[in-house]
Ligand binder design. Sequence first.
Ligand code: SF4
Length: 323
Amino acid sequence: MNTIKDNPFKYSSDNKRYRTFNHYLRERFGKKVFKVSLNLGLSCPNRDGSKGVGGCIYCSEKLSGDFGGNPCDTLEEQFRTVRDAMEKKWPGGSYIPYFQAGTNTYADTEFLKRAYEKALSFENVVGLSVATRADCITEQTADLLQDISKRTYLVVELGLQTVHDKTAKLINRCHDYGEFLKGYKLLSDRGINVCIHLIDGLPGETKEMMLETAKSVASLRPHAVKLHLLHIIEGTALHRLYEKGGVRPLELSEYVDIVCSQLELFPAETVIERVTGDGAADTLVAPLWSLKKLCVMNEIDKEMGRRNSYQGRLFCGDMKSCE
Ligand code: SF4
C-alpha cells in the first residue's frame, strides 16, 4: 500500500515517489505557480525545409502546441486570457509563460529577446519556459538565454524523444543524439536549466531501448524531464503508419511499467515535469486510455508503491559505472 507515511522519497509531501513539478515549484516559490502557454507563431526547421519537411511524424498541425495560445493575438492577450481564467479558480497564483508551439529559438535574436522580455514583464510572472530543438541553439541564443537565466527561473525545454539514431531517423526528427548533446552542452555550460522531453512507445522501440534512453539522459543530470506517451494524432504521418499496422500503441500496463523503471533511473533531484502527455481528445486516435490522465498517474503511483521504489533508486551517476 502506497501511503505518505511509508514513502521513502525525500522530494515529496504526499504519496508521490518522484519529484513532481508542482512540489518543486511550491518549494521554490512557496505558492501555486501555473504555466501559461504562449504561441509566437514560429515555424520549425523540420518543416520549412531547412532541415526537413513534414516535421516529426507525430507532430500535429499545431506544431505540438495543441493547448497553446492563438498566434494572431498579442502575447499580452494570450497571457491575459489564461491568467484571468486561472485567477477565478485559484486566486493569487504566480505564472511562468511558456513558449510551447514550434521552435522558440528559431528566429532572429533581437526578435526573441523582445518576445522573452515582454513575457517576463507581465504581472506575477516568476519565470520563463522556452521549448525548442537542440540543433536550434547557437552561441548567440545561448548567451541571450544565459542573461535571462541570471535574472529569473528559466527552463529551456529540449525535445530529444530518444537517444537511438535509428528511431530518430524513422520519426523524421532530423537531428541525431550527437547534435542534441552539442545543443545541450551550450546551455548546461552556461548554467541554464534544461528540461528534456522523451517519448515512450516510438515505433520499433523495445522497453530496453527506452530504458537506455532514460539512462543516457540521467547521466546528463538535467534539471527536469518530461515523459510523454506516443500519441497517434489524426492526420499525422504517424496516423498513416498506424493505419498500415506500422506502429503498435502501448497498453496502459506496459506504459506504467516503463515509466516506473525510467523514474528509478533518473537522479532523485531531477524534476519530473510530466509522466504522461496531453492528447487533444478530438484528434487523438490512440491510445484512448491515455485520455484518463489521472488514472494513468494513479497507476504509476500504485506501481511505485508496489515495488516499494522511488525516483533515483537505480541511478548510478554516469552510464559506465552502471554497466
Ligand atoms: S521539432 Fe517539434 S515543432 Fe518541429 S516538427 Fe518536430 S515536434 Fe513539430
